[in-house]
Ligand binder design. Structure first.
Ligand code: SAM
Length: 527
């Protein structure tokens, strides 16, 4: 699927780091699973999970601790603030927002502050003798070279350095946007920290990089393909299994000739190394092709998933909208033994990753699990029917309006849905409309599982958001419909150094129960 440059620099970027927050076991024991961080830079004392039940401002730390210490700060558009990485400026606003809505127990998981980015898309410009590999400078098309990025997993920086050496040695020309000439346009680097042959404590820092080279040609038969193969061989020879340092997991090519600012073309080729890229998050092994969406902050995503699990009842039926490769849905299917899970994703490239993950999990999956190549904004109601829980994880711009409207009107629709003759169109005639509608592009796991007719509508809405502004709007819109109330919210430091946080919000259908304080029943002590 095409990605464009706006989202590229929007999902905050780069870095590399050292310390992992030491969350107190009492608040979030999963942190004890976090492998120790890579050795490098400034490892100040880490503030961990900040539990903010009241309007409590987290304990202030000196501004020098938890600072970015990145030589590229101010030149590169990836990070917007330098100090107190554990406490992004937006956090205070989030605390206020949830407090005003009467949500108790909002907490913020600070996660890893440096070296957190396990997935980066970087532009390649400059010249073969002096390649520049990095992000655009704010509001320009000038690339800032970021070899010492503190957000990047250290393996990404090492792989970028190796790539530069290869380009110089083999005379690979970076892309020239004005002329449309040159060979290498972008590179995507994705790190897998899944290596069970290492002790758990050493896995993160020994992450291996899946390198995807975006080549300026229509396919692998172009005259410049020889250079592409030479570059891949160079990377593999020096960074692959037999290199001095084993750094590279695999090398892929993507072919793109478009003159707009879309990063990837439609054609992908696996060149060297392992074809399958596995990571372990949310209690499952997940496969991620370079063409599929993958979360940039692997560790923080793992924390989020583990927190998410507890909001989904055992045996529930779930629809996972904006599902990517179905990581959330499959993680729930496995850990919560879901009766059914439907994943809905518009990028067809994610299908193969879903299939691989599901195949590896097949023995643990009992329910009916499916993935659908479909646009969640089209007939959204049909996706909601039959699920008790809906999970949405939209892009930064938030929910599609049609889906938002459908969620807002769920209480009134439910009445109709329960009346056998009253629902219109496909919903009326087909028990599982999604199967009919997307037959060619769906994947059904456990097709032998008999699905009973389930016409229920979601009672729980779990909203995962990477766009704070759009989340606020969607949240207020859902609440103003009176169809939902906000029950819980958690924040995660997915993008330290930036203005963004990730939010996990749990909405329940109906009105908020009026919880009256129970009388303790204890007898007063005689004074
Ligand atoms: C923030 S990502 C989340 C992916 C997935 N939940 C995960 O964590 O790996 C948003 C996903 O929504 C997909 N998407 C965007 N618009 C969509 C739509 N209208 N219908 C279905 N999927 C959509 C994107 O392709 C992307 O994979």
């Amino acid at each position: 699927m095409a990605l464009n440059l706006l989202s590229f620099s929007a999902r905050p970027s780069p870095t590399f780091s050292a310390a992992t927050c030491q969350a107190s076991a009492a608040t979030f024991s999963v942190h004890s699973l976090t492998p120790p961080p890579p050795p490098p830079p400034p490892p100040p004392p880490q503030p961990p999970l900040l539990s903010l039940p009241q309007k409590s401002t987290p304990t202030p730390l000196p501004s020098s601790s938890c600072s970015l210490n990145c030589p590229h700060f101010q030149f590169c558009s990836g990070c917007t603030h330098e100090y107190s990485l554990h406490h992004p400026p937006i956090l205070d606003e989030a605390i206020d927002f949830f407090e005003k809505l009467g949500v108790s127990g909002f907490d913020f998981d600070t996660c890893r502050l440096w070296g957190w980015r396990c997935r980066a898309k970087l532009a390649v410009r400059g010249s073969s003798t002096k390649p520049l590999i990095g992000l655009y400078q704010e509001r320009t098309h000038d690339i800032v070279d970021i070899p010492e990025c503190k957000a990047h997993h250290p393996s990404i920086n090492a792989a970028v350095e190796l790539l530069k050496q290869g380009m110089s040695k083999l005379n690979i020309e970076p892309y020239d946007e004005d002329q449309g000439t040159g060979e290498l346009r972008y590179v995507q680097m994705a790190v897998t920290t899944y290596n069970t042959s290492l002790p758990a404590s050493q896995r993160y820092k020994n992450g291996k990089v899946q390198v995807a080279l975006v080549w300026n040609s229509g396919n692998e038969n172009s005259p410049s393909s020889e250079k592409l193969n030479d570059l891949a061989s160079f990377l593999w020879r020096n960074g692959g299994t037999k290199g001095k340092v084993h750094l590279i997991h695999s090398i892929w090519a993507n072919f793109q000739t478009s003159t707009n600012n879309i990063i990837f073309g439609n054609r992908w080729r696996h060149l060297l190394g392992e074809r399958d890229f596995w990571e372990h998050v949310g209690g499952i092994d997940v496969s991620l092709a370079p063409s599929s969406f993958g979360q940039a902050n692997t560790r923080a995503f793992d924390f989020l998933l583990r927190k998410l699990h507890k909001y989904v009842p055992y045996g529930a039926s779930v629809v996972d909208l904006y599902a990517g490769a179905g990581v959330i849905g499959l993680s729930l299917a496995t850990t919560r033994k879901c009766r059914s899970v439907k994943c809905v994703e518009v990028n067809r490239e994610s299908k193969v990753s879903f299939e691989k993950t599901a195949a590896r999990l097949s023995e643990t999956l009992d329910g009916s699990i499916s993935w659908h190549h479909a646009d969640a904004s089209k007939e959204p109601f049909s996706w909601l029917v039959g699920s008790e829980v809906v999970v949405v994880d939209p892009p930064r711009k938030g929910l599609d309006l049609s889906l938002l409207d459908t969620l807002r009107s769920l209480s009134s629709v439910e009445l109709k849905a329960n009346l056998p003759e009253s629902t219109g169109g496909k919903v009326k005639n087909e028990k599982r409309p999604w199967i009919l509608r997307e037959r060619e592009t769906s994947v059904q796991v456990n097709s032998s599982t008999v699905q009973e007719e389930n016409r229920s509508l979601p009672e729980t809405l779990i909203y995962i958001s990477c766009g704070w502004d759009s989340f606020k709007e969607d949240c207020m819109s859902l609440l103003s419909s009176k169809a939902w109330y906000l029950d819980k919210a958690h924040g995660f430091n997915f993008f330290p150094g930036t203005e963004s946080i990730e939010v996990l919000a749990v909405f329940k259908r109906g009105s908020k129960p009026n919880i009256k304080r129970r009388k303790s029943g204890k007898k007063k002590r005689p004074s």
